[in-house]
Design a protein. Sequence first.
Length: 279
Amino acid sequence: MKASASSSALEQRISAFLDGEANEHERQEIEALLVNEPQARALHDNLKRGTDYGRRVFDDAMKEPLPLELVRTIKNAPLPRRAIRLPDDKKRQSLSFKPSRTQALVACILSLCLGGGIGYALGTQPGSTRLGGSEVQLDSRDWLDDVVAHYRLYTRLPDRLVEIGADRPGDILAWLTTGTGIAFRIPDLSQSGLAFAGARLFTADNRPSGLLLYRRGDEGEIIAITFSKTRPDTNKPVEDIRADTGLVSWSTPLATYVVVGPSSAADLDEIAAKAAGLI
């Protein structure tokens, strides 16, 4: 019992030493223990490895992309009100909580377990198809990256935004139908404040894709609709965000469609719903 209590006390002292919370006298004692006591050195190394692992897990979690809806909420949130200091603020005692290194490690491990559980649950959902008797995993990241790259390129060239202008709808229909193999209509999205500007033809994942471009009123915001031959995607609208660009995609038996716009545009899903019924 005494040995266990002693080990726990030593762990707390070393944890405080690693956190920089030990005073000068305590720090000197711990340094002496690390020189002379193998048990103390082993405990110090274990705590330090755990802390480094927790920090790596946290850094990896911070690299994950934010959900599209969260980004929109942050960008569209009103500015906070300025705080007002009350006369008796000096009399109030502020409370602060500084987790120890061990507590931070436990929190990181719990976050890792939760994230892994969610990832496993998503990974076990139906997301593959069979081709020639073998199972093929589906991945649409590459071609959507191509869509985003072309959208960002053309929107930065306002004088060359389209290849064929909106004043030639017949030529657009014939050109893109022949190029993509998909019969379509040019959606009228004027009720969403979007004016049709024209069209382009590009390739995404080595497949020809049509691109219909719209301008939003005086803001100059560009919204685009792309379509190409069917890819193995869900027929339900899927929202995503890449490089500050919002995406809402859906599929039919004949084609896959994507509405593309700035991530700050809060109505991409509504535009996608209208376009799906008109195109």
